[in-house]
Design a protein around this ligand. Structure first.
Ligand SMILES: C[S@@+](CC[C@H](N)C(=O)[O-])C[C@H]1O[C@@H](n2cnc3c(N)ncnc32)[C@H](O)[C@@H]1O
Length: 206
């Protein structure tokens, strides 16, 4: 039985055109966030579970150095292709839970920004604390973790992916590890996602 812990699970969704997250264009809410005063103007960006890289490429086009990580062949091929034509963009074929700031083959540095849309709610909910631990480890002390959360609701967490997450659950997980700097509502969600998305901007609790 394939689970979402394995690249083959994701590869079969891509191959069977069940890649529900792939709208074929950069996320409109991200493009709008780029104009928000809280969006960092500079800094290197890590994108774990970058998919086919449309949002990651948007960060690179904005001038940031980007490392886009994914572990399934369709994504990795797409990320490699972008990296060949965009000097700000590097791709890494890796299980995001293996990222390490100390190992050059596994990231090898810390970042100013981590951005995620859809991977936190794509991984198995039992691995959510581990996800935050990896992010923490890969962030500089003053770095920003930017989560575009979907679906943010009180629906059952176990159905999915995408698996819902709620403000209460997140606050419990983040307590003592990350501080919530800001929550920013999303006005231009993709169809069907209205009212279930929010940006959460997090900094390390030091
Ligand atoms: C729901 S998609 C979101 C993709 C992207 N963030 C976007 O918005 O288009 C989840 C992606 O995360 C990748 N992924 C899931 N678990 C992963 C893991 N443990 N390590 C690396 N990539 C992972 C999948 O291969 C898939 O491309």
């Amino acid at each position: 039985m394939l689970t979402q812990n394995l690249p083959d699970f994701w590869e079969s969704l891509y191959n069977n055109k069940k890649d529900y997250w792939n709208s074929g264009k950069p996320t409109p809410a991200l493009l709008e966030f780029f104009e928000h005063p809280s969006c960092p103007k500079t800094g290197n960006v890590l994108i774990p579970g970058a998919g086919v890289g449309l949002d990651a490429e948007a960060w690179a086009n904005k001038g940031h150095n980007v490392l886009a990580v994914d572990f399934c062949p369709t994504s990795v091929d797409a990320l490699d292709k972008i990296s060949r034509s965009n000097k700000n963009f590097r791709s890494l074929d890796l299980d995001l839970f293996s990222l390490s700031p100390k190992d050059p083959k596994k990231g090898g540095e810390t970042f100013d920004i981590i951005y995620d849309y859809g991977t936190f709610t794509a991984i198995h909910p039992g691995r959510r604390d581990e996800f935050f631990e990896v992010c923490y480890k890969m962030m500089k002390d003053d770095a920003l973790l930017i989560l575009l959360l979907y679906p943010l609701s009180n629906a059952s967490t176990m159905q999915g992916p995408p698996h819902a997450t709620s403000a209460g659950e997140l606050m419990a997980r983040l307590d003592g590890i990350f501080e919530i700097v800001e929550r920013i509502p999303v006005k231009n969600s993709l169809p069907g996602r209205e009212g279930k998305e929010e940006f959460w901007l997090l900094k390390k609790t030091l």
